[in-house]
Design a protein around this ligand. Structure first.
Ligand SMILES: Cc1cc2nc3c(=O)[nH]c(=O)nc-3n(C[C@H](O)[C@H](O)[C@H](O)COP(=O)(O)OP(=O)(O)OC[C@H]3O[C@@H](n4cnc5c(N)ncnc54)[C@H](O)[C@@H]3O)c2cc1C
Length: 558
């Protein structure tokens, strides 16, 4: 049975560790001591804080909520305690309010120096990093901080915004405009018309009407502008397992690193309900938990991550210092000495005429808590026969009344790992229909009412009252944006690497590398993607050294 005890109780001692005198002595060189008078706000939700505050004297009161609920006390930090959570690692706006209770003296460690603490003071850094992560988990669990989403539950735009925040590990609160009294009062107060839903109340006080993910990310400080003058040693396109592995190794080895992702960190792996074959996790780990660790690890080493930020064109930079210029979806650009293509793959779509009418609301490409809330206790269909489909079946079966697994092939054994097949066989509410394909959707106004499927040999059709379909029918490479950029692709659109005598991860364009699922011939697995992302960094070092030597030679000749 699931244990619902909040993390603030189960791991309180790790969440709020007590630092002793020796720890404080070691911390002093990373920050400066400041004094705050009684009642002074030290941190304000929605505003960027100065950094972590290690308390020397006095007490700091930390609170959450307030906009649509009573402000709740989270903790009071006394001497030996410290104020802060993951937002301060990357200098993003705070999620909580903190006030001095009596006169407070504290060492303030700004984000850049905090990363130095984590790297240079390994044991102390480990305790601090663990506390920062657990505090974020606590805020996510409590759901009292961050932006407030108000809209009809189950609508495509509400799901889109909820999923964006959830996949990016950002605490938030969602209120159903149809049933929640508090939401209805707020909508009246701000005279919001139904066509403007969902709205988002941001911690800084702004109200956004059905924003894009980019507008929301900018408003809550998740996404900042990219400095057009900075030349990064490497820009990595994609923050799936391969891109994050490249970022961890590149940043930890001193390369200035920027990671761009147009959706969320974690890529396809973030969609996996439970990864059981990744080395070192014998009990399995949810894809999101695994990639969130990698995301935090990359930031700990100083990699900059910009989400959502879409690379649209890989061009040349004429200024000499940089060799590449990436044009981004929002009109910005990023300059780089080398580029890593880690843009992976995206789900394939069913070939059904009115598919787009139901995508985002009733046809899902992920199976997470957000989707299961919509179909709990109902009959659902899932199509696909790979491991991603198998994991989703196992995850969903415990939540829905009945699950029809629609499979085109003759047997799951041809495409799925045996451990998943064995598990599916033991699920009483799952029926596997082989040689079958989904052939039609019936419904209106985004609400799916019935699904039709057809036996591929007998052409016999079945219609069931099914309101939600989960689709896991494989993936295609995310390389459309590379066409015309001088990068060789194979006939299926994957990036070709290792031609001639070049490094096996080098593309046809010098200084541009490809890793993970986007690469032609790669093994489409998390471990393979992580391996390639880690390996590419030595090739980048070699490439940059060669460039520097050529520049030195040219300068000497002039
Ligand atoms: C549901 C599911 C379950 C899975 N389970 C397992 C498992 O149990 N074990 C296992 O080993 N493997 C599993 N896999 C496969 C595994 O997740 C992939 O092999 C792995 O994620 C590939 O990593 P990647 O970094 O190469 O690419 P991806 O994970 O595809 O990441 C690519 C990233 O690039 C971003 N991107 C794309 N284009 C652009 C652009 N133009 N600009 C900016 N960003 C861009 C995308 O938004 C994405 O975040 C599963 C896959 C799925 C879908």
């Amino acid at each position: 049975m699931a244990d619902n005890t909040p993390i603030t109780e189960t791991r309180r001692h790790q969440m709020f560790p007590h630092l002793d005198e020796h720890d404080i002595v070691r911390l002093r060189r990373f920050g400066e001591v400041r004094t705050f008078a009684d009642g002074t706000p030290i941190m304000k939700a929605g505003k960027v804080a100065q950094g972590l505050a290690f308390v020397l004297k006095g007490k700091i009161d930390v609170r959450q909520g307030g906009a649509v609920s009573q402000r709740q006390s989270i903790v009071q930090h006394g001497p030996g305690g410290f104020l802060g959570e993951l937002a301060q690692l990357s200098g993003r706006p705070a999620l909580v309010d903190a006030t001095a209770d009596g006169e407070v003296e504290a060492i303030i460690v700004p984000p850049r120096r905090l990363r130095d603490v984590l790297v240079q003071e390994a044991e102390l850094g480990e305790r601090i990093m663990r506390a920062l992560i657990l505090r974020r988990v606590g805020l996510l669990e409590a759901g009292q901080t961050g932006p407030i989403l108000i809209g009809p539950f189950g609508s495509a735009d509400m799901l889109r915004l909820e999923n964006f925040l959830r996949r990016n590990g950002h605490p938030h609160r969602a209120l159903d405009s149809a049933t929640d009294g508090c939401a209805q009062t707020l909508l009246k107060q701000f005279t919001i018309q139904p066509e403007h839903l969902p709205i988002v109340l941001c911690p800084g006080g702004q109200i956004l009407r059905n924003p894009s993910e980019g507008e929301l990310a900018r408003c809550i400080g998740l996404l900042r502008s990219i400095d057009p003058d900075t030349v990064y040693d490497t820009v990595i396109i994609g923050s799936g397992p391969s891109g994050l592995a490249a970022a961890v190794y590149a940043a930890s080895e001193g390369l200035s690193t920027l990671v761009l992702d147009c959706r969320s960190f974690g890529g396809q792996a973030g969609a996996s309900a439970r990864i059981e074959n990744y080395l070192g996790f014998p009990t399995g780990i949810s894809g999101l938990a695994l990639v969130a660790r990698a995301y935090n690890q990359a930031q700990k080493f100083g990699a900059e991550v910009a989400i959502p930020e879409e690379a649209q064109l890989l061009g040349a930079d004429a200024t000499g210092e940089a060799r590449f210029q990436l044009k981004l979806g929002n009109g910005e650009s990023a300059r780089a000495r080398s580029v890593v293509l880690a843009s992976g793959a995206r789900y394939r779509r069913l070939d059904i005429a009115n598919l787009s009418d139901f995508e985002g609301s009733c046809v899902h490409y992920w199976a997470s808590a957000v989707e299961t809330r919509l179909c709990a206790g109902q009959e659902v269909a899932l199509t696909g026969a790979g491991n991603s489909a198998g994991q989703a079946v196992v995850f969903l079966a415990g939540k829905v009344k009945k699950l029809w697994m629609v499979v085109r092939g003759r047997r799951l054994e041809d495409t799925m790992s045996q451990y998943l097949i064995d598990r599916i066989k033991g699920l009483p509410n799952v029926e596997v229909l082989t040689r079958t394909e989904i052939c039609g959707f019936e419904g209106s106004e985004g609400n799916l009412r019935r699904v039709r499927w057809k036996h591929r040999d007998t052409a016999e059709e079945t219609v069931r009252d099914v309101g939600h379909v989960f689709s896991f029918i494989g993936a295609e490479p995310n390389t459309d944006w590379l066409k015309g950029c001088g990068i060789a692709l194979d006939d299926k659109g994957f990036v070709v690497t290792g031609a001639g005598n070049s490094h096996f991860l080098a593309t046809s364009r010098d200084g541009v590398f490809a890793v993970g699922d986007v690469r032609c011939g790669s093994v489409k697995r998390v471990a393979a993607a992580v391996g390639e992302g880690s390996t590419v960094v030595s090739a980048i070092h070699a490439y940059l050294a060669k460039q520097r030597a050529a520049e030195d030679q040219k300068a000497a000749a002039e």
